[in-house]
Design a protein. Sequence first.
Length: 141
Amino acid sequence: MKQNTFLLATALLLSATATATAQDAETLFDNKCAACHVKTRPSDMSSLVAPPIMGVMRHVKMKYPAKDAAVAFMVDYVLEPSKAKAVCMPQKIQRFGLMPSQKGNVTKAELEAITAWLYDNYPPAGFNGGQGRGMGMRGGM
């Protein structure tokens, strides 16, 4: 009986830790990234200063389908962005410019938490990057 209670307590602790970590990662995103990258599909693209995160993650996952590779790429890119590394469409760099390095604004540990959370949550189910809305490839991020 004591062993079952211990296992249940351990499982609850791990579950609570995972939930807290996800909440912490989302809060980090909100504090460190959301000033530029919105989390929802915008109704007015003209006011954006950077591509919405759902489109960014669509392209990241297309190039890096494995979570560990995607997280490693994003951490590296955010700290050392370059056109050669970019996975977004060239039109997005032309429109928004190259993302500035976030060195000094976010730590590697924070980026690992944020990017793992992004990988698990974006793009949302059913996201098609603008397809079916009369936007064609122009709607992809």
